[in-house]
Design a protein around this ligand. Structure first.
Ligand SMILES: [Zn+2]
Length: 420
């Protein structure tokens, strides 16, 4: 009798554990929306709600514990108002708002958000950071499962396994999407998938986390070969139309067709996206929890991939401070930035203070402290008032496989968050 009771209990427990109260298993809801951005305002308009089948999420990371990014979406159960999902991210439009072009202009930007498919009605609350760097709700929308249209494009897109270490549910899943590869370049595309993957997996700390990472590639062809370069007046038609000279910064290689990117990406499960651009010109970019881009044929392709994925996967900031980047005074020096690898010393206790040796001066002079973790002035495009953890790092100099201990720790934390 007792034994039967225990067996029964076991089955009840297994059932409860396997079923999430609020979300369907193995299915996602996709929201496509427009952000109409002006200098100081974002206005959100929903474009479509759809279902993505065979998309898995890890229940252990439904709630974002990092608080990184310029934006955040929180999902509440409509009935109980309980917070059931959250995710921070950044955007290209937020960077555009820092450029002179944003003065007196309004521009529409595509954005998408994927989350586990809700069983009942949910409320999505969109947040932006205030000037004080605190998240503030800017708008909210209700979505019922009945609103979602079925996305049937999925079957026609083929996906190649590049490095598989286990079920996508408990791994960090990186998806590579090629841009600017014509039908004739299928072989090159597949070789480039491997080249970029090896570049990532051979770089510390990713090399120590190989068993926690899956890498796949979407086999997507472009009408024409190469990527757009407005300065050279070269404008090939490609699957994502990524382009150099974004915001008048020649090597800033970005795309604005986010919905198309999600059409391709949702052909499989992914946590992060790397756009592999078929060009030999130096360039790339990376936006936290949106996408990273990298030139596949340039000499520094491995450095660029890991540097840009540093931004997009782990929310790392640029540690360099002399460049032609078109944003000025990006980090107000009286506010602590959210990125884990830079500080204004306003709230340094929350950053890498615990990684400093007792006798390390704050700020730290370069001479005598070249190979230690310190607080070196100059980071985030600013030579004064913003500090970095190391004299040199892959987030500062064009050096592959040279992430400083603070960046390495942040990367590890993020990969392990997805793979726990
Ligand atoms: Zn670093």
């Amino acid at each position: 009798m007792k034994k039967t009771y225990l067996i029964l209990l076991f089955f009840v427990f297994s059932f409860v554990k396997a079923q999430n109260l609020f979300f369907e298993d193995n299915k996602a809801m996709r929201i496509d929306y427009h952000v109409f951005a002006s200098l100081n305002m974002d206005s959100i308009a929903i474009r479509s709600v759809s279902t993505v089948d065979a998309f898995s999420f890890n229940e252990n990371n439904f709630l974002d514990s990092f608080e990184y990014g310029m934006h955040k979406i929180e999902i509440y159960d409509s009935l109980s108002n309980k917070l059931i999902y959250s995710k921070g991210f950044s955007s290209l439009y937020e960077e555009w708002q820092h450029t002179p072009e944003a003065l007196g202009n309004v521009q529409a930007f595509e954005m998408s958000f994927l989350f586990p498919f809700p069983k009942k009605s949910v409320k999505l609350v969109f947040h932006n950071r205030t000037q004080e760097n605190i998240f503030r709700a800017i708008d909210s929308f209700y979505f019922s499962p009945l609103m979602a249209k079925n996305n049937s494009k999925k079957a026609s897109i083929s996906v190649m396994d590049i490095h598989i270490s286990g079920s996508p549910k408990n791994k960090y899943d990186l998806l590579i999407i090629p841009d600017g590869y014509s039908q004739k370049e299928e072989q090159k595309m597949k070789e480039d998938f491997r080249k970029l993957s090896e570049g990532l997996l051979d770089c510390k700390p990713y090399s120590e986390l190989k068993d926690q990472i899956n890498i796949k590639g979407v086999v997507a062809f472009s009408q024409e070969s190469g990527v757009r370069d407005p300065i050279l007046n070269s404008m090939p038609q490609t699957v994502l139309n990524s382009s150099f000279n974004t915001f008048s910064s020649d090597r800033y290689l970005m795309l604005t067709e986010v919905w198309k990117m999600y059409d391709l990406a949702t052909s499989t499960t992914f946590d992060g996206i790397l756009i592999m651009c078929n060009t030999s010109k130096y360039g790339g970019g990376g936006i936290y929890n949106l996408y990273a881009t990298a030139c596949a044929d340039c000499e520094d392709y491995a450095f660029i991939s890991v540097h840009e994925l540093g931004h997009s996967v782990s929310g790392l900031a640029d540690e360099y401070y002399s460049s032609d980047v078109s944003v000025e005074e990006y980090y107000p020096t009286h506010i602590e930035p959210w990125e884990p690898n830079i500080t204004t010393l306003v709230s340094f206790d929350e950053k890498w203070k615990d990684m400093l040796k007792d006798n390390t001066p704050i700020p730290t002079p370069v001479e005598g402290y070249r190979n230690v973790v310190g607080v070196f002035e100059g980071a985030g495009y600013q030579s004064k008032g913003v500090y970095r953890p190391a004299v040199s790092c892959t987030m500062k100099d064009v050096v592959y496989n040279n992430f400083c201990p603070v960046c390495s720790k942040a990367i590890k934390q993020m990969i392990l968050f997805y793979s726990k």
